[in-house]
Ligand binder design. Sequence first.
Ligand SMILES: Nc1ncnc2c1ncn2[C@@H]1O[C@H](COP(=O)(O)OP(=O)(O)O)[C@@H](O)[C@H]1O
Ligand SMILES: O=c1ccn([C@H]2C[C@H](O)[C@@H](COP(=O)(O)O)O2)c(=O)[nH]1
Length: 216
Amino acid sequence: IMAIGGFSLQKGNIASGKTTCLEYFSKTSNIEVLTEPVSKWRNVRGHNPLGLMYQDPARWGITLQTYVQLTMLDRHLSTISAPVRMMERSIYSAKYIFVENLYRSGKMPEVDFAVLSEWFEWITQNITIPVDLIVYLQTSPQTCLERLKVRCREEEKVIPLEYLEVVHQLYEDWLIKKTSFHIPAPVLVISADDDMQKMLHQYEENREKIIAARNV
Ligand SMILES: Nc1ncnc2c1ncn2[C@@H]1O[C@H](COP(=O)(O)OP(=O)(O)O)[C@@H](O)[C@H]1O
Ligand SMILES: O=c1ccn([C@H]2C[C@H](O)[C@@H](COP(=O)(O)O)O2)c(=O)[nH]1
């Protein structure tokens, strides 16, 4: 999650509970919540780039990630309508986690990676992307796999535990070990393996830190 003004960006593995967390905050405070534009990734003018990417990442990885980058930028730049905004994932996680994973695993050709990287660098050097806090929902890959099965998105049925483990490691290297990429804001880590009741308790404990993100 990212908070702006305070603007917080929510980070976490696939099915770690980001949407659930944002829904809770949107119901309980004057916070604008931007969930991931995943419905667009599943349907752009009748095409499903998310599904295509999972079926054949080498062919469709660049297609999905180009569209993810555009839709994330659009979200980042949309007009803020409340004192605090929280946003699920970001243009940074798209590049540093998902594009990086496609490239490192040999599923994205070098030329596709180069073109996406040029776009990303142009955007981040020429456009200000406001972010005051990163909220990292830290889960085990096993928890994500269980929640993924419960959520049961058709496109994601092919995701094995190993994929979630690699995504987890990329997040850990970036936000916990701080050894991979630039981190655009301070990081608040919330352990997110617990059941819903315990998670709500943790959200309450961290509410002030998130709302006051500008002062973190
Ligand atoms: N703390 C939790 N305990 C058990 N199930 C959860 C918890 N948080 C979320 N879920 C369930 O796990 C699935 C994935 O959660 P979701 O919020 O959609 O994750 P994300 O947005 O990170 O992909 C959903 O079915 C949701 O109801
Ligand atoms: O840059 C990205 C961002 C997301 N994805 C995939 C990963 C998941 O299958 C969905 C998003 O789902 P959440 O469960 O809301 O995390 O989109 C991607 O491939 N590339």
